[in-house]
Structures are given as structure tokens and as C-alpha cells.
Design a protein around this ligand. Structure first.
Ligand code: XMP
Length: 253
């Protein structure tokens, strides 16, 4: 089963399209991060369909260290694990980085399509798909400056037409057989435009809910398939209750 199929199956079974971004504010000793992360995971696992880990947890806990405990608990809960490493280097380096994450137990990684295909992301797609792993491409990020890169009007190298960069990336996501694309929940109009291009071929992952200003209903109505939610859950007084609430709102749209 491909990563895309795996997460869709779990989302359906659990009636949840919430990907928990297990991000925590810095804490010392670093070990304290592990127990907090595990506690949040235990409390919320029932209401989520996947977990996304970022470098703010990998760096203090270490890929060969405490992060393994989180990976193992996620596996026990049968939750797919996404590593938000935003691969952005030349191909052989991207490949080595992705292999480390896949070997550690991650099921998918995020990557930046700005690096292109040949000697860029091609080696990573090849090794990922050979091993049933997923690649999720950034198409329009959730922050204010996203328009400076993803929103630029550029000349498409294939058609020579002037187009917004994010539309070109959405088309490449189809062509490259990406397992998902990231479009910020803070830009529902972009989600809608991009959905028209990818339709049901590539699922849309939408971060930026809550603290970044994105709205659950707007993102889902515009076409988001999964919502990536971090601090609204991890900093909540009651993470379980908050996750359930976000899950329920998203399911009712
Ligand atoms: P919050 O706390 O804002 O966390 O709910 C969101 C998580 O998602 C990451 N993030 C993004 N990742 N493209 C990405 O690939 C984006 O546009 C984007 N916006 C936020 C963020 O780093 C955090 O882990």
C-alpha cells in the first residue's frame, strides 16, 4: 500500500483528517520533551490520523536517541509518521537524508519542489516509492512571505507561459506522483485554486490552523484533505479535548 493510500485508510477508519504536529517549545533537560511529547501523543492518538515531527523535536532528542521512543509508540498506535524535513538540497544529499528518516521508521518526508527533478528530488521519489514511503511537496506555505517565492509569477520552463509558481508546483506534484502537497490554511483561496488543478489525484495537507490564523472550516471547504495542527493542540490546557473538537469541526464541514 502506498503512503497516500495508508493515511487515507486510517483517516477514514478513525473519521479524522487531523495530522498532529508534535511541536513543543524548548525545554531543559531535553528529556523533559520526550515525556511531554509522549503524554500528548497518548492523549490525542484517538482523534488523529497521523503525526508530523519537525526538527525542533529531532534536534534535541536525536534521530538515534529518544525520538525512537516516539516512533515506536506511534507505530503501536498505527499512526503514520511524517518527517517535516523540507528536503531542499542536491539529489544525493536529499537521498541520504531521506534514507536516514525512512530507516528510523518515518513513513513520509516533506520536500521543496524548488530544487527541481533531475539531480534534485528524483532520487528521493525513486527510493521512497520503491519502499512504500511518501513524499509531500510544499506548494504554497502558510506564512506571510510565502508570496515572495511560491506566489511569484514565473515563466514555466515547459510551456514558456507566465504562471504563478504554486500552479507550476501543483502540476509537478501530479507529474511526479507526489503523495501530498502542503498548502497553507491561511490562504483558502490558494487551496481552492490548487484543488482545481490536482483534484483527487494529490491530497492537500494544510498547516496554519489556529495560531497562524487559518480556519478549520474555510480550509476544508476550499479543498484541504488533511489539517496539520501543532501549537493549538500541544499548548492547549487539554490537548485531547482540543484535538477532538478540531476533529469534529473538520468532520462536520
Ligand atoms: P502550528 O503550531 O502553526 O504548526 O499549528 C504547524 C506545523 O506545520 C509546520 N508548517 C508548515 N510546514 N509548510 C510546511 O511544510 C508550511 O507552509 C507550513 N506552515 C507550518 C510548522 O513548522 C509546524 O511544524
Amino acid at each position: 500500500m502506498s503512503f497516500k493510500e495508508k493515511i487515507a485508510k486510517i483517516a477514514k477508519e478513525k473519521s479524522s483528517r487531523i495530522v498532529l504536529a508534535l511541536d513543543l517549545p524548548p525545554e531543559k533537560p531535553y528529556r523533559a520533551l520526550l515525556s511531554r511529547a509522549l503524554q500528548i501523543l497518548d492523549e490525542t492518538q484517538e482523534y488523529i490520523c497521523a503525526i508530523k515531527i519537525n526538527r525542533q523535536l529531532i534536534l534535541p532528542l536525536g534521530l538515534l536517541g529518544e525520538i525512537r521512543k516516539i516512533i515506536s509508540v506511534a507505530k503501536d498506535y498505527e499512526l503514520p509518521l511524517i518527517m517535516d524535513c523540507k528536503l531542499n538540497d542536491v539529489g544525493h544529499t536529499n537521498q541520504i537524508i531521506a534514507e536516514y528518516y525512512f530507516e528510523a521508521g518515518f513513513d513520509a518526508v516533506t520536500a521543496n519542489p524548488f530544487v527541481g527533478w533531475e539531480e534534485g528530488l528524483k532520487p528521493v521519489f525513486e527510493i521512497a516509492h520503491k519502499n512504500g514511503k511518501g513524499i509531500i511537496l510544499l506548494v504554497y506555505m502558510s506564512h506571510k512571505g510565502a508570496n515572495e517565492g511560491y506566489g511569484q509569477t514565473v515563466k514555466d520552463t515547459e510551456t514558456e507561459n507566465l504562471m504563478p509558481q504554486y500552479k507550476i508546483f501543483a502540476r509537478k506534484a501530479i507529474k511526479w506522483n507526489a503523495d501530498g502537497i502542503v498548502v497553507g490554511a491561511t490562504y483558502p483561496e490558494k487551496i481552492a485554486e490548487i484543488k482545481q488543478i490536482v483534484q483527487d489525484r494529490v491530497p492537500i495537507y494544510s498547516p496554519g490552523i489556529g495560531l497562524q490564523g487559518g480556519k478549520i472550516e474555510e480550509a476544508i471547504k476550499a479543498g484541504a484533505d488533511y489539517l496539520i495542527v501543532g501549537r493549538s493542540i500541544t499548548l492547549a490546557k487539554n490537548p485531547a479535548e482540543t484535538t477532538k473538537k478540531i476533529r469534529d469541526i473538520a468532520e462536520q464541514v
